[in-house]
Design a protein around this ligand. Structure first.
Ligand code: UDP
Ligand code: MG
Length: 326
């Protein structure tokens, strides 16, 4: 694995969310030591104990006392995997960050593969559990459908958004704020900011110790999150295009329905009160007008968001300066 010379005190941070994984922690650290042992640069392992109740916190504290390159962050309660990852990212110092689950399903030996791929010139490299060892009906099939949908909607083509084993450059990750269960969408936000996204096949093993924390419900949440992500990506600076566009379509439909009602009245002498068409038309007009007004409100919100925090609506990769500009 090449060493990354940079202004960062650490070359690689491994960020690991932990929720009730007590029996996995020591074997995991042993595998990490084995796979990072040959690495020439400096690394740290940042464990985030997400309110475990099985003694994972104490185990991590013991491990920190033994191992100089481990950090363990205890959250006050269980905040969820995304929040745990966000806490780990915030407290990590590496130029490159690798996220990994604590359940040993993704072998730490694959970290080198990801980092090597990143060094080829990518900003994010995502693992793809091609031969995934989870249940077919509740995990693999829903996940395949969700991955397909996310790829189509986002235009970022990855096979396995849900794989936690991913590598990021710090510049890219620092720009991204995480909410809800959004950690799987980091590559999409990164791509929207101009990052180069790569993918690599990684190994996967069945879970031996501890229980899986998620089931089928997660896929539904992911699909709802995708709606938010799509909105944020396509309309976050121009919400009026979405709401105003919808408004115009509704008003257009209202107009067509009204014309049909009038046509029936004039040419077939069907009374306006005999069909629901006038009522439908009035409803569509009202909804359309509402939608346009909502667009205006959202425009104000968006402007407040960007201007209050002085956020740019673009991302700079690099600036080249002529001699007189130095
Ligand atoms: N996890 C967490 N907080 C939670 C749930 C899970 O930090 O509220 C951690 C968990 O310990 C594991 C990772 O997130 O390291 C993924 O969890 P799990 O293996 O249960 O999910 P799956 O791999 O089945 O999607
Ligand atoms: Mg797992």
């Amino acid at each position: 694995m090449p060493s990354t010379k940079s202004q960062h005190p650490i070359d690689i941070s491994i960020v690991i969310p932990v929720y009730n994984e007590v029996d996995n922690l020591e074997p995991l650290q042993a595998e990490l030591d084995a796979s990072l042992g040959s690495f020439a640069g400096r690394y740290e392992v940042v464990y985030v104990n997400d309110g475990s109740t099985d003694g994972s916190g104490q185990k991590l504290a013991e491990m920190c006392a033994m191992h100089p390159d481990i950090v363990s962050i205890d959250l006050r309660r269980n905040f969820g995997q995304t929040a745990a990852i966000a806490a780990g990212l915030k407290h990590s110092r590496g130029a490159i960050i690798v996220t990994l689950d604590a359940d040993l399903q993704n072998p730490p030996a694959d970290i080198c593969l990801l980092v090597n791929k990143l060094e080829e010139g990518y900003d994010v490299v995502s693992g793809w559990r091609k031969k995934r060892k989870d249940t077919l009906l509740t995990r693999r099939i829903p996940s395949a459908a969700a991955n397909w949908l996310i790829s189509v909607v986002s235009g970022v083509h990855l096979h396995d958004y849900g794989c936690t084993l991913k590598a990021y450059r710090r510049e890219v990750i620092d720009e991204i704020k995480l909410y809800g269960e959004m950690h799987r969408f980091i590559p999409i936000f990164a791509a929207a900011a101009g990052a180069r996204i790569g993918e690599i096949i990684v190994n996967h093993r069945p879970r031996i110790h501890g229980k899986a924390k998620y089931g089928l419900m997660r896929t539904f949440k992911v699909v709802l999150d995708l709606v938010t992500v799509k909105f944020l990506l396509s309309f976050r600076t121009t919400p009026m295009y979405l709401f105003g566009g919808t408004g115009f379509i509704l008003i257009g439909l209202g107009f067509i329905v009204l014309m049909i009602a009038l046509y029936n009245k004039i040419f077939h002498d069907i009374s306006l009160i005999l069909t629901p068409l006038p009522l439908l038309s009035a409803n569509l007009f009202a909804l359309g007008a509402q939608s346009i007004l909502m667009g205006l409100t959202t425009e104000l919100l968006v402007r407040t968001y960007y201007e209050a925090q002085d956020k740019p609506i673009y991302v700079v990769r690099q600036i080249h300066k002529g001699r007189n500009h130095q």
